[in-house]
Design a protein around this ligand. Structure first.
Ligand SMILES: [Zn+2]
Length: 60
């Protein structure tokens, strides 16, 4: 069974990255460049944002 793939651009290195069309909002993928990118679903449209070193500390 094939999973539909969207070819997006890695926000870190600019190279193509394969993203499953059914990727969830907030799903984290690792690109071959080593960057971690987060999937952002916006009205059925997929985009990516870098997750590198972003560690927001909201406190608890
Ligand atoms: Zn990359």
């Amino acid at each position: 069974m094939e999973r539909a793939i969207q070819h997006l651009e890695c926000p870190v290195c600019g190279l193509p990255i394969d993203v499953p069309e059914d990727a969830l909002d907030g799903e984290v993928l690792e690109h071959e460049c080593g960057a971690m990118v987060e999937v952002v679903r916006d009205g059925g449209r997929l985009s990516l944002r870098p997750l590198e070193g972003v560690q927001e500390d909201w406190g608890e």
